[in-house]
Ligand binder design. Sequence first.
Ligand code: 3PG
Length: 311
Amino acid sequence: VPIPDEKAQSAAAAAPRVKIGIYFATWWALNVVFNIYNKKVLNAFPYPWLTSTLSLATGSLMMLISWATRIAEAPKTDLDFWKALAPVAVAHTIGHVAATVSMSKVAVSFTHIIKSGEPAFSVLVSRFLLGETFPVPVYLSLLPIIGGCALAAVTELNFNMTGFMGAMISNLAFVFRNIFSKKGMKGKSVGGMNYYACLSMLSLVILTPFAVAVEGPQMWAAGWENAISQIGPNFIWWVAAQSVFYHLYNQVSYMSLNEISPLTFSIGNTMKRISVIVSSIIIFRTPVQPVNALGAAIAILGTFLYSQAKQ
Ligand code: 3PG
């Protein structure tokens, strides 16, 4: 029988794990809902630059209201904070819009299968750009990740180059975003929730002119009318849902990143993709060939091997 002191110690040790467990489960659930509404919107209204902008705008507005009403305390920031945030925001903007463009062209499951290759990008960037070296098993674990993604890509029934490249660009951009974010949050008084709020705002400023240039109000107005005539007024709720859930899942993921290492974060992220892949295949009745599913499974297994090798 553990003596009371030991009991208190083991309870104290378990508390952060329970907290992270709750963060992870919430993050995945919010992400599944985002992915479903995002795809429903994109199917009826194929303007990913606008939907990406609306997600950031909604999140920014939600946080400004939270600060104004003191639901959340506004962070104290200075010019140095925003300067350090700029590269993170550029990477976040590119990664976000690239993933959304990808999902407008291919099945949600396909985008996320390619995005499960993110650890491979992380190793390559760390090795070739930051000069970090890893033990041999880490490099070996990249083989199933890259091989599995490649197998899934070449056997994808509805392969589309823009869809594929969008997911690849998103992988690369998010590796930089995660590296810079963890550095930016370290030892700073701005916690995960407010850090992500500021990131949303800066990304919104960066993305808006590009969204106007690439798509623009004329296309949006015509597309919107068409979507409303097809779906009815419910379409507005779908857009609201994809935007609100986008902010919420990212906010929770940043609250987790604040507490864990980038490695644990990327493992959590891969497990999140499994829930997204499975649920989107069921909901959108995505046709999958067995060999295609095998590619996805190998890639995901590779990510687990990678996390083991890296530990
Ligand atoms: C986005 O729109 O930013 C992507 O769907 C994000 O993908 P991820 O957060 O699952 O990497």
